[in-house]
Design a protein around this ligand. Structure first.
Ligand code: IDP
Ligand code: MG
Length: 141
């Protein structure tokens, strides 16, 4: 597990709206293999740590309130060039300007409630995957 994985979160509103199935279908249809998967409920402390890089930005408090507003699904996805290909599949941060057919365009509501997270580098993908999963929870099949 090195440069061929990325990490994703299906965010609270997407789960509430029952978009988990369609989002996972999109992911697997695009040849990502799900090698770890679970539901999770962020504590405030975990959310502040996970999104620590955004501390001090105007949207930080709203983001923390949102990501702790309900359960999420976290997953590790394997594919060659996973990080870049998944960012392409999810589209721009703001669903309003995301390309047609992208996950955020299809299932995002607004720039905060944008359906999914996707890692922005190989290094962060590993850090984020290990934030949620132990070594025993990654599967090869
Ligand atoms: P990314 O998720 O596309 O990598 P980031 O800039 O890393 O975008 O922001 C992390 C998350 O913070 C976004 O996915 C979104 O939920 C939220 N966010 C980013 N920018 C804004 C904003 O301007 N207003 C409200 N929420 C924002
Ligand atoms: Mg980001």
């Amino acid at each position: 597990m090195k440069n061929n994985v990325t990490f994703t979160i299906v965010k609270p509103l997407a789960l509430k709206m029952n978009y988990l199935g369609p989002i996972l279908t999109k992911i697997t249809e695009n040849n990502f293999k799900i090698i770890a998967l679970k539901m999770h409920y962020f504590s405030k402390e975990q959310a502040c740590s996970f999104y620590g890089i955004h501390q001090g930005k105007p949207f930080f408090d709203g983001l923390i309130d949102f990501i702790t507003s309900g359960p999420v699904v976290v997953a590790v996805l394997e594919k060659e060039n996973a990080v870049e290909d998944y960012r392409t599949l999810i589209g721009s941060t703001n669903p309003a300007v995301a390309a047609d057919g992208t996950i955020r365009k299809l299932y995002g509501i607004d720039i905060q409630q944008n359906a999914v997270h996707g890692s922005d580098s190989n290094e962060n993908a590993l850090i984020e995957a290990k934030f949620f999963f132990s070594d025993l929870e990654f599967f090869n099949y």
